[in-house]
Design a protein around this ligand. Structure first.
Ligand SMILES: C[S@@+](CC[C@H](N)C(=O)[O-])C[C@H]1O[C@@H](n2cnc3c(N)ncnc32)[C@H](O)[C@@H]1O
Length: 209
């Protein structure tokens, strides 16, 4: 059996210490905004780093066929319980974005990367895998703390290496057409952990075709 990575152990401990979903049970607001667009037409989704399941379960409730993965086995167990409570089926894997790859020719119409707080190498690899696994016309949707949030004591990591900027997102997805690339201050209402004013990036891009 493979030994869990230190990132897996850290996230397992964080979820185990929380008696409620740390990022809430409602879907991410930016994901909801993108899916409400008149040109959004995805039928399948891959949720990377889906945590305890709020976004994957919500997309399944909207009628999409959803696959989701997260490094934390504790979060994945909770996500499966949340799916059952919501009467949806999501294919969930416990997997590390440092090593996970989609099967050749496996593609999705929507891939989400919401608040993956991980070192630059992991984040860039995840973006590369996501861009490669998008179906023609498919959407990549990213929301995460911006590097400017490192200086804010309110929430999110204080290490800028775990945080995002738009130039990095653009450079990491050269084959995609950018639909929205925003960086700035928003008021988050996402569970106990992501609540209040924060500096974030919001990025939506599509595979041509
Ligand atoms: C801030 S939480 C966000 C969870 C979820 N996306 C949401 O918005 O509710 C970050 C998630 O990234 C996961 N994660 C961190 N490093 C990862 C990696 N290398 N591979 C896969 N998941 C990872 C953690 O286990 C955690 O669930």
């Amino acid at each position: 059996m493979t030994k869990p990575s230190s990132a897996a152990q850290r996230w397992d401990a964080r979820y185990a210490a929380s008696d409620e979903p740390p990022f809430g049970t409602a879907p991410n607001e930016y994901l909801r905004m993108v899916t409400a667009r008149s040109d959004f037409d995805a039928r399948s989704a891959l949720c990377l780093a889906d945590g305890d399941g709020r976004n994957g379960a919500w997309l399944a409730r909207q009628g999409l066929t959803v696959t989701a993965l997260d490094i934390s086995a504790v979060a994945t167990e909770r996500a499966l319980a949340f799916d059952r409570d919501n009467a949806v089926a999501v294919k969930r894997l416990t997997a590390d974005l440092d090593s996970w790859s989609a099967k050749p020719a496996e593609t999705w119409d929507l891939i989400t990367l919401l608040y993956l707080q991980a070192p630059t190498g992991t984040r860039l690899r995840a973006l590369d895998q996501a861009a490669a696994a998008l179906a023609p016309g498919g959407w990549l949707v990213v929301e995460a703390f911006a590097k400017a949030q490192a200086a804010q004591p309110t929430m999110g990591p204080d290490n800028p290496d775990l945080l995002y900027d738009l130039s990095e997102l653009r450079a990491a997805t050269p084959g995609l057409t950018v639909v929205e690339a925003l960086e700035g201050e928003v008021h988050l209402e996402e569970g106990r952990r992501h609540r209040g004013i924060a500096q974030v990036v919001r990025f939506a891009a599509r595979r041509p075709g």
